[in-house]
Design a protein around this ligand. Structure first.
Ligand SMILES: Cc1cc2nc3c(=O)[nH]c(=O)nc-3n(C[C@H](O)[C@H](O)[C@H](O)COP(=O)(O)OP(=O)(O)OC[C@H]3O[C@@H](n4cnc5c(N)ncnc54)[C@H](O)[C@@H]3O)c2cc1C
Length: 416
């Protein structure tokens, strides 16, 4: 069959653009489509990004792509006690995502990729043998048309409708998503630290974040367990969609937090949005014949903080390296592409699995226990915990409160 492109990428977010850049640079004919009228707009993100991950990809982020440089993190217990943690792990940026996402996309264009906005993938096309060979598209809701390629990449983010058509299990349970609400606010005097507030009354199974931006602005947001919406336990299958969730519990809890915050209670809001992010396990397979899923569409998101930008870019780079090999042989079989699945799970996947285990343990801990934990540990213990080295911090915590051993033992070696 005569194809229009070597690869079609559905989604021009960080994963899609990064993948496009890497494969276009090696001569592949790439089409990126995005249903948005403008790449990166509207922003539905806290915009925090760690420096380490990006530098390791050899990228230098231009000044206009970020609002503020972050020098560390301040983690606050339910009783107000805080731990300030400053090291290479906590250095980073609060981005201007509408500029950052467009910049990533422009890098792909400069390497030869073609990008089409306001173009929605409606359907995955298959030949008479059931082999995936293209996508039905519509530009601005106009007459649909077909485009063919031997490889289709889903980089669709949370929606992942096309990935579902490809046969991937991307439906989210309410338990494995956080529902979020965020304001951009001004004025807020900050110390270039990201602030994370914990507590079951503040943000059940989640946290409130204050991410500093330039000119005394801040992204002030909340994420709570999706099964706790309106305080009730849910749990039914949920196909998450973009859009505001006005009136749901996260907004009320965030408003409550702001009312009780001396600086924020009189501040103005500049932006207001709701969103949903995966905090569960990645999907159980990332590749099939002639197609792959990368980034948040594959639920490659940190289950502790819901950060997905760095993981999306990392997974895109890995997937691209495997695809370039497949391109040489013109072999896009599942068997050939599987190396991406295997390598991801052996590297980033291990870290994500440990974070998921930590999330599941932390959601069983009461506010009183959380206060005890904050009293027992240091910034170094936080670093160890985030690195997945739980033994030292757990020993300190249970020394003062042995009854927590039952819950925390799940983090100790030999336990699942
Ligand atoms: C409230 C909130 C706060 C967050 N804060 C942070 C944070 O501070 N730091 C962090 O690292 N992460 C954060 N995240 C997560 C982060 O936004 C995502 O993990 C990240 O954007 C994933 O990149 P991606 O390229 O995989 O997907 P996306 O950035 O979601 O890009 C997917 C693209 O696919 C397009 N698309 C989808 N379906 C179709 C279709 N059928 N046809 C055409 N185009 C389609 C969409 O328009 C979109 O542009 C947050 C998420 C939420 C909801």
């Amino acid at each position: 069959m005569k194809y229009d492109h070597d690869v079609i990428i559905i989604g021009g977010g960080p994963s899609g653009s990064t993948f496009a850049r890497a494969v276009a640079a090696e001569g592949m004919d790439v089409l990126v489509i995005d249903k948005r009228k403008e790449i990166g707009v509207p922003v539905r993100c806290g915009e925090g990004l760690g420096q380490r991950e990006v530098i390791s990809q050899g990228l230098e982020i231009p000044r206009q792509c970020y609002s503020t440089e972050i020098t560390g993190a301040k983690v606050i217990a339910p009783n107000g006690k805080s731990i300030v943690w400053k090291d290479d792990n906590t250095k980073g940026w609060v981005l201007e995502r509408k500029i950052f996402d467009k910049w990533l996309c422009e890098l792909a264009i400069e390497k030869g990729a073609k990008v089409k906005t306001y173009t929605r993938a409606l359907e995955v096309l298959k030949d008479t043998h059931g082999k995936i060979n293209g996508v039905k598209l519509s530009h601005g809701g106009r007459e649909p048309y077909d485009i063919h390629a031997p490889l289709i990449i889903s980089a669709e983010g949370m929606e992942s409708m096309m990935a579902r058509q490809m046969g991937f299990k991307t439906v989210h349970s309410l338990y494995d998503v956080d529902t979020c609400y965020q304001y951009e606010m001004k004025p807020y005097n900050h110390e270039n630290l990201i602030e994370l507030y914990f507590g079951n009354k503040i943000a059940p199974r989640g946290y409130v974040w204050i991410f500093p931006k330039c000119d005394k602005k801040a992204n002030v947001g909340i994420g709570i367990g999706g099964n706790l919406i309106n305080g009730k336990k849910g749990g039914s299958a949920y196909g998450a969609t973009e859009g505001t969730i006005d009136g749901a519990a996260p907004k009320h809890l965030l408003d409550e937090f702001i009312k009780n915050n001396e600086q924020l209670k009189d501040a103005s809001t500049l932006v207001d949005f709701g969103g949903i992010i995966s905090v569960g396990a990645p999907i159980d397979e990332f590749v099939k014949d002639n197609c792959m899923v990368i980034g948040t569409a594959a639920k490659q998101v940190d289950p502790i903080h819901g950060g997905g930008i760095a993981l999306a870019m990392e997974s895109a780079m890995l997937a691209a390296s495997i695809v370039l090999d497949a391109y040489k042989e013109k072999n896009y079989s599942k068997e050939k592409l599987f190396e991406y699945d295997k390598q991801w799970r052996a590297t980033a996947g291990k870290k994500v699995a440990k974070r998921l285990m930590l999330r599941k343990v932390m959601e069983k801990v009461s506010d009183d226990d959380l206060n005890h934990i904050f009293n027992s540990i240091t910034d170094h213990d936080l670093e160890q915990t985030m690195e997945g080295k739980f033994a030292g911090p757990v020993a300190k915590i249970i020394a003062g409160r042995p009854q927590l051993l039952g819950v925390l033992s799940a983090l100790l070696p030999g336990k699942k």
